[in-house]
Ligand binder design. Sequence first.
Ligand code: CP
Ligand code: NVA
Length: 301
Amino acid sequence: MTVRHFLDLDRLDTATVRRILDLGAAYKAGGQPHGKVRPLEGRILAMIFEKPSTRTRVSFEAGMKQLGGDVIALSRTDTQLGRGETVADTARVLSRYVDAIMIRTDDPQKLDDLSAYATVPVINGLTDISHPCQVMADILTYEEHRGPLAGKVVTWSGDGNNVAASWIQAAAHFGFEMRVACPPTLCPTESVVAWARDRGGNVVIAHDPAAAVAGADLVLTDTWVSMGCADTDRPRLLAPFQVNAALMAKAKPDALFMHCLPAHRGEEVTDEVMDGPQSVVWDEAENRLHVQKGILTWCLL
Ligand code: CP
Ligand code: NVA
């Protein structure tokens, strides 16, 4: 049987992405979409964290345990990866012990190597170029508040980073208009935009946040300085893209605000937006748990 990896939204067909979201929603509703209370009984997930994490770590661990399984969390210094053992050899060895591997890393090549050599499912827990688990939770959050994303306008204001890239890929699956307002030097890569457009995704890259937010159904942002990113010019470049009350006022009156978190209040987003009536950031964070269950069971069952 083919091993089911959850690597990126550009490597999954729309029906599969939909299936995983539906599984997540079913688990959130208290259902047993696989007909068992503990469908992952006896299964073990190894989690490799080469960068810090609160939500990803805890939601995968809680989700796996709620499904009857268990986890082993490994930091950079816990394994021989930190001393030069190859990702390929690590993949071969971990596959003999555990049933699935999640990795959070800087280099997307490590994710590819892991999935190439592992004989168990590999899950992308964030790389420098994408964060698909996050965007799955974001989509679930939008759908439960406002219904399908098709035909909606989603605006990202800020760094054209890993989370933005997964949102652009999602536009090719779900038929919404994806506007990214970013500084010219911090745009999403041409390849991610081209991939989405080639598949009919409506992706607009712009540099005026007010114009990009006009009429939006959903406004998103993220930190000015992602993990491992040392560019000290970012605050100056990204300050005009801050999501504040004035910017939110340009979106539709019932527009939602989301942020993958951790937020840097007063930088990319103000308190009044984070804590305001349009913010669904805590539901979004909660939905990481439910979506991880969808991902884990899709990979393993
Ligand atoms: N949003 C997110 O992935 O958060 P963590 O870095 O805390 O896992
Ligand atoms: N863009 C952020 C996301 C954190 C969840 C980062 O990579 O640090």
